[in-house]
Design a protein around this ligand. Structure first.
Ligand SMILES: Nc1ncnc2c1ncn2[C@@H]1O[C@H](COP(=O)(O)OP(=O)(O)O)[C@@H](O)[C@H]1O
Ligand SMILES: [Mg+2]
Length: 471
């Protein structure tokens, strides 16, 4: 290790992931899916928004999106069924894309409900609360303007005598109508540093709380780049000191947890304390009722608006009978979000029972409340097109005949297997000093790895891995 690195702090196991810049973005399995790809009449064009084929299911989901938007779907559930790798999860994510970022989307997997700390039903209830958004409009007294001056003034530290501390900070703000110089508390200076505010940014400071928010960069400083992450805003109108309507988006779940575990402050001790005590605590029903009462008050006053969102429970057959009955009750509550469920099971035993076999492993009374959409398998040609879309997203070049070979693999194994071959094959190609994936790479991959069907076939032939005797 070099001397320079040894002085740095040891890596923490739960350190935050490095920030994702546009260039080094992690490519997730579904990052090519941008939406359902429907035209204005609600029909699916064959390939659009990253989606290939699967037209029936996409159109059905389109209808559901319309129902959700017109708020006629709450309290009901959409169930996606189909073989593994036919795009159920992709469809649910596409629905969330179609609804936009303002509608809360709360994805979870059926097995998430099993925890030693929190009751199963509690996990479900929390997911439902997190899927109900609140848009709160508040009129607040603020100082808003373009920063023209930012001068921290230092003073001798009265406590230690060593070093200096910031005693106050002078911030100059400019709006269309005038300018104002504010003398602010050092704690606000910390917030200013945290938001990385510099001269030329448009900010507002809430008069009562001192919370500082950066709106964007003043367009007087706009550069001539075509592509930039900065948002430019015009100089705020009116006076610097004024009343402003602020819109805040949060969910009932946020309110519950904020009230269940009030944070002491922003200093390091209370932050550390909250890390140590991070074990999940249950939000009591009483607290929920209190929060509901306050929210109802806001809604009645016209301050807040309720935005019902979507809960997505993947692999829903992992829930057990207790969860299913609770889900029925949740669906019937007056403030229920839309629920999307997905499963790949056919006839299956309902978890938690010994004798109830039902379609999709879901009790019939819940099944009765669901609209069911089936996803179909893909043809060889469609697999080829999905592989091509993925290769484009991952920035991989495919050589002559590779696409056909991949499509054949996908038809023999599954779409997912074909997609999974892409990245390792590209590594093989790089090792061989090529920028394109060749058919040989795929062939080599097949020697190294088995697809699910081949692996299962091998077991069936011998009955086990050791001449039929596993133990
Ligand atoms: N019609 C499709 N068009 C494009 N990509 C698809 C399509 N169907 C599935 N995929 C991709 O195939 C992979 C497996 O699909 P996934 O939705 O995870 O399957 P499931 O949840 O049904 O098991 C994912 O990377 C998904 O984005
Ligand atoms: Mg899935």
């Amino acid at each position: 290790m070099k001397a320079t690195t040894s002085t740095s702090a040891p890596p923490v196991h739960n350190a935050p992931l490095p920030s994702t810049s546009a260039a080094g973005r992690r490519i997730a399995p579904h990052s090519h899916i941008k939406g359902l790809g429907l035209n204005s009449d609600g029909f699916a064009s064959t390939d659009s928004a990253g989606f290939v084929g699967q037209t029936n299911a996409r159109e059905a989901c389109g209808v559901v999106v319309d129902l959700i938007k017109s708020r006629k779907f709450s309290g009901r559930a959409l169930l996606l069924v189909g073989a593994p790798g036919t795009g159920k999860t992709a469809l649910a994510l596409a629905v969330s894309h179609e609804l936009g970022v303002k509608v809360p989307f709360c994805p979870m997997v059926g097995s998430e409900v099993y925890s030693t700390e929190v009751k199963k039903t509690e996990v479900l209830a929390e997911a439902f609360r997190r899927a109900i958004g609140l848009r709160i409009k508040e009129t607040k007294e603020v100082y808003e303007g373009e920063v023209t001056e930012l001068t921290p003034s230092e003073a001798e530290n009265p406590l230690s005598g060593y070093g200096k501390t910031v005693s106050h900070v002078i911030v100059g703000l400019k709006s269309v109508k005038g300018t104002k110089q504010l003398r602010l508390d050092p704690s606000i200076y910390e917030a200013i540093l945290k938001e990385k505010i510099v001269v030329g940014d448009v900010i507002y400071v809430e008069a009562n709380t001192g919370a500082v928010k950066r709106v964007g960069r003043s367009d007087a400083y706009a550069s001539s780049y075509d592509l930039e992450s900065e948002t430019y805003v015009s100089l705020p109108k009116g006076d610097v000191h004024k009343r402003k309507e602020l819109v805040q988006d949060l969910t009932l779940g946020d309110l519950d947890s904020a009230n269940a575990r009030p944070q002491g402050g922003q200093d390091i001790m209370s932050v550390m304390g909250s890390l140590v005590r991070s074990g999940r605590t249950e939000v009591t029903d009483k607290l929920r009722r209190e929060v509901n009462k306050v929210v109802k008050g806001y809604v009645d006053q016209g301050v807040a608006e309720v935005v019902p969102g979507v809960v997505f429970i993947d692999e829903v057959h992992m829930l057990d009978i207790e969860c299913f009955t609770y889900l029925n009750a949740l669906l019937e509550s007056p403030m229920a979000p839309t629920v999307i469920l997905a499963t790949n099971r056919g006839q299956a035993l309902v978890r938690g029972t010994t004798d109830i076999v039902s379609p999709h492993g879901i009790p019939v009374d819940l099944l009765d409340r669901c609209l069911i959409v089936k996803t179909d398998g893909y043809t060889r040609e469609q697999v080829g097109r999905v592989v091509q879309v993925r290769a484009n997203v991952e920035g991989l070049k495919l050589g002559e005949g590779v696409l056909d070979r991949m499509a054949a693999e996908g038809e023999r194994g599954s779409l997912r297997y074909a997609l999974q071959l892409l990245t390792p094959a590209s590594i093989l190609a790089t090792l061989a000093g090529r920028s394109e994936i060749e058919v040989d790479d795929i062939a080599e991959m097949n020697e190294l790895f088995l697809d699910a069907k081949t692996s299962a076939g091998l077991i069936a032939a011998g009955g086990g891995f050791d001449g039929g005797k596993m133990w």
